[in-house]
Design a protein around this ligand. Structure first.
Ligand SMILES: [Zn+2]
Length: 325
C-alpha cells in the first residue's frame, strides 16, 4: 500500500442539513464521494431528534465505509444559518428553528467520538467550488448561491473569511434598493435576496401579471423559479422581464463586491443560476456601470460547477485541511 492509498482510507462524513432534506456523504481527500444518502430532515421541535437522525446517518456511513476497508475520521456539518464556528454552535437557522442556539458540534462529538466541524452552507459552497469546481486554482473568490434565499461565501488569499463574529459573507443581505425596497426576512429592506432568490423570481412574476395579461404565467397557479425560467426561454415577455430585473440587481450587488474585494472570480450557484442565459447580459451591464473598470474587466463571473454537492464537498475540504488557519 502506498502512502497515497493510506490517506484516502480516511473519509469525512459530510452533512448538508437543510430545512427540507438532510443530505450526507462520505468523501475522501481527493474529493471523491464514496457513498451518499438523502432523507427528510425530521419535522420536530426537539433538537435531540435531529441529533438522532445525524447519528443514525453516521452509523450507516460507518458500515458502508468499513465494507470498503475505510473509516470515517471526522464529521463536518453545514447548515443554512448563522453559526459560531469554533465552539460549533448554531446561532440561528430559520428553516430548522429548534436548533437555534444549539451546541451541535459538542453533542455529535460526544455521541460519535470524533472531531466535528460546523460551518454555514454558503461558506462551505465557496470552499467546495474552489476545491473541486469552477474556482479551482483561484485564491481570491466570492461564491453567491441563488436558492430559496441568497447566500454568500468569501475566500481571500485562500482564507475563508469569517469576520469578527463568523457572520461575514451575507451577500444576500447587502442593500441594492435602499429607498422603497421590498421588505426582507432579515428585518431590512431592499436586500439582494428579495430580488435575486427563487422566492423573489416567483414574487416578481406574480407582481408583473397585471401588466402582462397575455403572459403564460397568468395561467399557472403553482409558479416556481423553474417554471418562470422555462417561460422565459420560450420568450414570454413577463418571464424575460423578471430575469432581466433580477440580473440588474444581481449586477449591482456584484459591482459592490468587485469594488470592495477585487476578486479573481465570482461563482454563481444555486437553482436560479440555471437562468444564466436570461440574466447574464443585464448582470454584466450593471457590473460595467458600477464597478471600477480594471477589476470589472479582469474578474471572471461564471456559473458554479458542483451543483448541490458544493456544500458537501466544502464541508469535507474543511475537515481535511481547514483553510482558515
Ligand atoms: Zn435581508
Amino acid at each position: 500500500m502506498t502512502s497515497a492509498d493510506r490517506t484516502t482510507d480516511r473519509l469525512v462524513f459530510a452533512v448538508d442539513l437543510g430545512g427540507t432534506h438532510l443530505r450526507a456523504a462520505t468523501i475522501d481527500e481527493n474529493g471523491r464521494i464514496h457513498f451518499r444518502l438523502k432523507q427528510k430532515t425530521p419535522a420536530t421541535n426537539d433538537p435531540r431528534e435531529i441529533v438522532s437522525a445525524l447519528i443514525a446517518a453516521a452509523r450507516v456511513c460507518d458500515e458502508r465505509s468499513a465494507v470498503e476497508g475505510k473509516s470515517i475520521g471526522s464529521i463536518s456539518i453545514v447548515v443554512p444559518g448563522t453559526v459560531n464556528v469554533r465552539p460549533g454552535k448554531i446561532l440561528t437557522i430559520p428553516n430548522v428553528p429548534c436548533l437555534d442556539s444549539f451546541e451541535l458540534s459538542a453533542e455529535l462529538r460526544s455521541a460519535l467520538g470524533r472531531p466535528v466541524i460546523l460551518e454555514n452552507d454558503a461558506n462551505a459552497a465557496a470552499v467546495g467550488e474552489m476545491w473541486q469546481g469552477a474556482a479551482r486554482g483561484h485564491h481570491t473568490m466570492v461564491c453567491v448561491t441563488l436558492g430559496t434565499g441568497v447566500g454568500g461565501g468569501i475566500i481571500l488569499d485562500g482564507k475563508l473569511w469569517h469576520g469578527a463574529n463568523d457572520s461575514a459573507g451575507e451577500i444576500g443581505h447587502t442593500c441594492v434598493e435602499p429607498f422603497g425596497g421590498v421588505a426582507c426576512g432579515c428585518g431590512s429592506r431592499g436586500c439582494l435576496e428579495v430580488y435575486a432568490s427563487a422566492t423573489a423570481i416567483v414574487r416578481m412574476a406574480r407582481e408583473g401579471r397585471p401588466r402582462h395579461p397575455s403572459s403564460s404565467l397568468n395561467v399557472s397557479d403553482d409558479l416556481s423559479a423553474a417554471s418562470v425560467f422555462v417561460a422565459g426561454k420560450a420568450g414570454d415577455p413577463l418571464a424575460v422581464e423578471v430575469f432581466h430585473r433580477m440580473g440588474d440587481y444581481l449586477g449591482i450587488g456584484l459591482a459592490n463586491l468587485i469594488n470592495i474585494l477585487n476578486p479573481e472570480m465570482i461563482v454563481i450557484g444555486g437553482g436560479v443560476a440555471n437562468g444564466w442565459e436570461l440574466f447574464e447580459e443585464h448582470m454584466r451591464h450593471q457590473v460595467d456601470e458600477h464597478a471600477f473598470p480594471l477589476p470589472a474587466s479582469e474578474v471572471k463571473i461564471v456559473p458554479a460547477e458542483c451543483g448541490d454537492d458544493a456544500g458537501l464537498l466544502g464541508a469535507a475540504r474543511l475537515a481535511f485541511l481547514p483553510i482558515d488557519n
